[in-house]
Design a binder for this molecule. Structure first.
Ligand SMILES: [Zn+2]
Length: 63
């Protein structure tokens, strides 16, 4: 399954599309809210404009 999201560089605000299948999460956080458990995976991306590395938390919705 291809999972593409748009992320924004925090430095230059350049927006670009990434495919989560091409990246490994640096950290996975499991949260258990009152009714809905959710998984948050933190991915590290590199801005193609200025080379800035930044972390983006992505909430994974389980079916
Ligand atoms: Zn940038």
């Amino acid at each position: 399954m291809t999972q593409k999201i748009t992320v924004e560089c925090p430095v230059c605000h350049h927006q670009f599309e990434v495919d989560l299948d091409d990246h490994q999460p640096v950290q996975t956080v499991y949260r258990n809210h009152d009714t809905t458990p959710e998984t948050v995976k933190e991915y590290r991306f590199r801005c193609p404009e200025d080379g800035t590395y930044f972390i983006v938390p992505v909430t994974i919705t389980e079916d």
